[in-house]
Design a protein around this ligand. Structure first.
Ligand code: ZN
Length: 436
């Protein structure tokens, strides 16, 4: 094996990462912990950027960006060789709690939820769900503080109607988002009390809770599956699998001889269009790249020069060929599990890949000694998209879209290969630190 990533270690690492990251906020905290262990230090966006060569990260809500200038700044100059950027997203489709959620219906306490992104709604039925998220609370002197919580207890269930009460359900389930998705979480003759629940979770008086970003997650732990445990069953593989592989790749790359500035960027809000203060359409990536150059003594012109030799790899999951629906896949582009990372191509630029980006990714896979597959969607089906086209447009950098194979994308519990996380991390690491 040409790379240092052990398949079983990375499979377990992914499982741990997913289970400790029920929300984008937690994914950033977990990524930050792994980066800190590797010696990176956190920078606050409101502080001046470090002028000495070093490895750092910053967090903006549910997004995180990390970089290492030690190689490129060793000579004390702007990064003439440009940046190598790996991008991914931290958010996944789920059900999110409304501001006034408490209802009482037929003696059941239920919660009003909004549908975030595009989940397979049926996959959320009859699962034991927990709650997690961020709560804004009153601080001292007019300040607002935020608190994260992660409750792994089974609290909620979106209960399906019994087959006896609607015999047509197996002919095609119809779920009304307003009517049929409210999870129940108790019994009583008055509505439940989300605010009181949150107050207990974060140990802050209910009157000091000013707002929340609270969402549901399936509490069943992730685990290996299959005759030879060759698979991983887990929620949020799209796209925590890339977030995790990106973190592992970045840490490994920082141990290499660096000619470029390696950058890892994990964006929130990909599933809802990326337009926010921290999504891929935001200032996060370009502003940090520019600040890296300026803090290193470079000029704005140096920044644009660095972008001209920058390559971005945008990672998001790819559709493995489904055995029961093989006809939904392009015949000459079948994607196998445990067979290496997947290059994603779309002529209409739903993926940003062009031949130059594809070449950079192929070279990375060759350097890592892992096989590479190529995906295009059937010509008569619409393609999904990623953060790739946006980061490409905002920076003018050559960009390649790629992913790791997954079944049941956007299900509450997805399925991927147990050998893919190691190959994925190896390819990304080689991309971040290419050999001359
Ligand atoms: Zn995705």
């Amino acid at each position: 094996m040409a790379h240092p990533f052990d398949p079983d270690t990375e499979a377990q690492g992914l499982i741990d990462f997913v289970d400790s990251s029920p929300t984008p906020f937690h994914a950033c905290v977990r990524a930050a912990a792994l980066l800190s262990e590797a010696g990176l230090t956190e920078v606050d966006e409101s502080d001046a950027f470090p002028t000495e060569p070093g490895a750092h990260f910053l967090i903006r809500g549910g997004s995180l960006i990390a970089w290492d200038t030690r190689g490129a700044y060793a000579a004390g100059s702007a990064p003439a060789a440009g940046f190598r950027v790996v991008g991914a997203h931290t958010d996944s489709p789920n059900l999110r709690i409304k501001p006034n959620p408490d209802r009482l219906k037929a003696g059941w306490q239920t919660l009003g939820v909004e549908v975030y992104g595009g989940p397979l709604l049926n996959s959320w039925l009859d699962r034991d769900l927990g709650l997690a998220g961020r709560v804004a609370v009153r601080g001292g002197a007019g300040r607002v503080e935020s608190r994260l919580f992660h409750d792994t207890a089974p609290l909620l269930r979106v209960a399906q109607l019994a087959i006896h009460l609607d015999r047509e359900q197996n002919e095609g389930l119809t779920l009304n988002r307003q009517q049929h998705l409210e999870p129940l979480w108790g019994l009583g003759d008055s509505p439940g009390d989300v605010r009181g629940y949150l107050s207990e979770q974060i140990r802050v008086p209910a009157a000091d809770i000013l707002g929340w970003d609270v969402m549901t997650h399936p509490v069943e732990p992730s685990r290996r599956l299959g005759r030879r445990s060759e698979l991983i069953a887990a929620p949020r593989l799209d796209n925590l699998a890339t977030s995790y592989a990106g973190v592992r790749a970045f840490v490994e790359a920082t141990r290499s001889e660096l000619r470029h500035v390696p950058v890892l960027v994990l964006f929130d809000h990909e599933e809802v269009g990326s337009t926010s203060e921290r999504g891929a359409m935001s200032t996060l990536l370009p502003s940090v790249l520019e600040r890296i150059v300026l803090a290193g003594g470079g000029t704005r012109d140096d920044y644009w020069r660095a972008l001209s030799s920058t390559v971005i790899a945008s990672g998001d999951m790819a559709h493995a060929t489904h055995p029961n629906y093989a006809d939904r896949h392009e015949p000459l582009h079948h994607i196998a599990v445990n067979a290496g990372p997947v290059l994603k191509v779309n002529a209409n630029l739903r993926y940003a890949t062009d031949s130059l980006g594809a070449a950079a990714f192929q070279l990375a896979c060759e350097q890592a000694g892992v096989p590479m597959q190529s995906f295009v969607v059937r010509t008569d089906l619409p393609s999904g998209s990623t953060v790739g086209p946006m980061t490409s447009a905002l920076t003018g950098a050559t960009t390649v879209d790629f992913g790791a194979p997954v079944l049941s994308m956007h299900s509450a519990r997805e399925l991927c290969g147990a050998e893919d996380p190691a190959m994925y991390a190896a390819a990304l690491s080689a991309f971040l630190a290419p050999l001359p």
